[in-house]
Design a protein around this ligand. Structure first.
Ligand code: SCA
Ligand code: 5AD
Length: 666
């Protein structure tokens, strides 16, 4: 990885003899851009990712953003929807509407797009787990609103492989999940000819801890698995690849990010040529980019506007087709209306005031950029060889090796990352930020009512028949999409369809691999010696239960804390992402723990703190919480009885210290 220089003095001329370095935009291998005219003909799509509690609230937000000049839509679903759980499901109770919109049935999908012209605006849906019922809801909702499916334009993420490494919104095991994703590709190619059937994603790898170059290598490794799976089905890649698109992060490594997008287009072109593809349209990589969430800071949030602008410029200079700019308050909560308007404004300023759209591949020919691009290509090619070695990429996905690799990267990043600039750190000068507050109880109540109503008015016999048929087909290995569409049309819920599929392909709980390396830092050495003293004095190890609660799949921080506690020597039990709450409860009731730690990045910290606190004996056990915790919740958490609150920016050494302090005090 170090081969791609972040710092470099480019004194000597790079070898510009490589043929691709003299190719033009719109010409194979498309390093300089997928189209000859690029933004001069069509500027990138301003596509802000959003979803807030209910379909109605999100619909209102979408309309407002479109009025304000946004040019594409992008739906963020809530966690229960991602995992195919109806809002009425007990497992979903604290997560409904928290990080996105709750969609339980076609009726919700209809309300989500009510009054929006689906033949003129393209719609992206970030869905991977409950891919089939959600896409079916979209198709049926659009058809019932009068749109021919051939007129629908958009993208469905449908990139399940990366979910096993980062994000964790998978449902079934990797192999059946992969087959379902290919079902979607095959079905959509005929039914939704203007839909991009996959948005193969690197974004989440970088958010999870990967460098930009590793993000690219992993994305292409997954892309190849999908291509080979399509080929195995007998699908023609010349047609299929036209509608495969990509999704990358744009972080703070400005030059590298531009080089990454340029390199990505060449690597995709070469991969397809290697697989025998000749169609020009298929060979040009198209991509969406999102500025980086982890690069944002909660202490001095207005500085994030600058970060996002720089990151957005990298994506644009790299030639993205579509862009989401993060809001400045996202390290605190979901974007407020005010912050969301500024985020869209950032794109509008870049598009309308700077002249950026007038120049195609502005960095082309720069020694620095061509060298970085070339080094990026070499790095990815050699990394692909090692990813594909042994049993191959899919086996690595199944065995959790890619997840482990990302976790190790995150541990290293934690040591390498530079401190944030906080230009306004003085409490007095700090401007007020009013983060969005989600009224999820209201969302939960209204979802309950509408599911109950749906179940009363639908023909239950037809629903059951269609679900039985789906199960039968799931056993036979046929493309399942037509049967899912039929069930959804009869008003089966997203949860019911998923449940039917789970009877054939059960829910998957991966093995967790946690690093046991102790990172070498002065802070940790001090903490370790403090812990040694504790052990010498008490003659026993400190017992900690650490758990992700609810459906939140973001476990970068949780794993980092667990790895560090273990390396320091504490006796740690980790209950990972997707552990049912009843298991957390029985673990607490049947074992003694000095400290229980919970991690939530999905807005459910208050609900889960109450729920876990009611299971512990506060005289013997301390409860601590970490994650994305807005300032205004600190008081409520303390009232519940939480004895340590840690945000994303807390030093791990501090967490360990606090744990020892708490135990000594008890
Ligand atoms: C564009 N066109 C041109 C042209 N520019 N033709 C000739 N010359 C030019 N210069 C044509 C294109 O070929 C295309 O036509 C049409 O114009 C539309 O433009 P486009 O460039 O394809 O743009 P768009 O429709 O916006 O599609 C972009 C893209 C798509 C292809 C990348 O997949 C997309 O919108 N993806 C968004 C994904 C997304 O939002 N994901 C959010 C993830 P044809 O269509 O006829 O070819 S959020 C997430 O996952 C993170 C958080 C989380 O939850 O963890
Ligand atoms: N609305 C808007 N943005 C969201 N993000 C996640 N969920 C939502 C949502 N419901 C964005 C944040 C986060 C990134 C992964 O996606 O920017 O950092």
């Amino acid at each position: 990885m170090s081969s791609v220089r972040a710092k470099g003095i480019y004194k000597s001329l790079p070898n510009l003899a490589k043929s691709w370095q003299s190719s033009e935009a719109g010409q194979a291998p498309f390093v300089r851009g997928p189209y000859r005219t690029m933004y001069q003909q069509k500027p990138w799509t301003m596509r802000q990712y959003a979803g807030f509690s209910s379909a109605d609230a999100t619909n209102e937000f979408f309309k407002k953003q479109l009025e304000n000049g946004q040019t594409g839509l992008s739906v963020a679903f809530d966690l229960p929807t991602h995992l195919g759980l109806d809002s009425t499901d007990e497992r979903a109770q604290y997560d409904v509407g928290k990080t996105g919109v709750a969609i339980d049935s076609v009726e919700d999908m209809k309300r989500l797009f009510d009054g929006i012209d689906l033949s003129s605006v393209s719609v992206s849906m970030t869905m991977n787990g409950a891919i089939m019922p959600i896409l079916a809801c979209y198709i049926v909702a659009a058809e019932e609103a009068g749109y021919a499916s051939s007129s629908l334009r958009g993208t469905i993420q449908n990139d399940i492989l990366k979910e096993f490494a980062v994000r964790n919104t998978f449902i079934h095991a990797p192999k059946p999940s992969l087959e379902m994703s290919i079902d979607v590709v095959e079905f959509s190619q005929k039914k939704l000819p203007n839909f991009n059937t996959m948005s193969i994603s690197g974004y989440h790898f970088q958010e999870g801890g990967a460098t930009p170059e590793l993000e690219l290598a992993l994305t292409l490794a997954h892309a190849k698995v999908y291509l080979l799976a399509c080929q195995k089905r007998g699908l023609d890649l010349n047609t299929i690849a036209r509608r495969l698109s990509f999704f990358f992060a744009s972080g703070m490594a400005f030059f590298k990010e531009i080089a990454k997008l340029r390199a990505a287009r060449k690597l995709w072109h070469d991969l397809l040529v290697e697989l025998g593809v000749t169609d020009e349209q298929a060979l040009r990589m198209k991509m969406h980019c999102q500025t980086s969430g982890v690069s944002l800071n909660a202490e001095s949030p207005y500085d994030n506007l600058t970060r996002t602008t720089v990151e957005a410029m990298a994506a644009v200079m790299g030639g993205t087709q579509s862009l989401h700019t993060n809001s400045f308050d996202e390290a605190i909560a979901l974007p407020s209306d005010f912050a969301a308007s500024l985020a869209l404004g950032t794109q509008q300023i870049l598009q309308q005031e700077t002249g950026l759209i007038d120049v195609v591949d502005p960095w082309g020919g720069s020694y620095m950029m061509e060298t970085l691009t070339s080094e990026m290509i070499d790095y990815v090619n050699s990394t692909l060889i090692s990813l594909e070695s042994g049993e191959g990429v899919l086996a690595k996905v199944e065995q959790g090796d890619i997840a482990f690799f990302i976790h190790q990267q995150a541990m290293q990043q934690a040591q390498l990352s530079k401190p944030f600039v906080t230009s306004i750190s003085d409490q007095q000068d700090k401007p007020q930020v009013s983060p969005r507050v989600i009224h999820s109880e209201k969302a939960l109540e209204s979802q309950r009512l509408s599911i109950n109503k749906l179940k009363l008015v639908r023909n239950n016999r037809l629903v059951n028949q269609s679900l039985e048929k789906l199960k039968e087909k799931a056993l036979s290995g046929q493309n399942l999409m037509p049967y899912v569409v039929a069930a959804i049309k009869h008003r089966a819920t997203v949860g019911e369809v998923t449940e039917a599929l789970c009877q054939i392909h059960p829910r998957f709980f991966p093995q967790q691999k946690i690093s046991n390396e102790l990172l070498d830092s002065e802070d940790l050495k001090t903490v370790r010696s403090r812990y040694q003293q504790f052990m010498n004095k008490n003659g026993r190890a400190l017992k900690v239960l650490f758990t992700k609660v609810g459906l939140d799949g973001h476990d970068r921080g949780a794993k980092q804390v667990v790895a560090t506690l273990k390396a320091v020597g504490l006796d740690v039990t980790y209950l990972p992402v997707l552990t049912p709450f009843s298991e957390v409860q029985s673990m607490i009731q049947n074992h003694h723990f000095d400290v229980v730690g919970i991690s939530s990045l999905a807005g459910a910290h208050l609900d889960f703190s109450k729920a876990v606190f009611s299971c512990i004996d506060p005289v013997k056990t301390a409860l601590i919480v970490g994650g994305v915790i807005p300032d205004h919740d600190f008081e409520s958490l303390e009232k519940i009885g939480i004895e340590g609150i840690f945000t994303r920016h807390s030093e791990i050494g501090l967490v360990v210290n606090r744990i020892i302090e708490l135990v000594e005090a008890k």
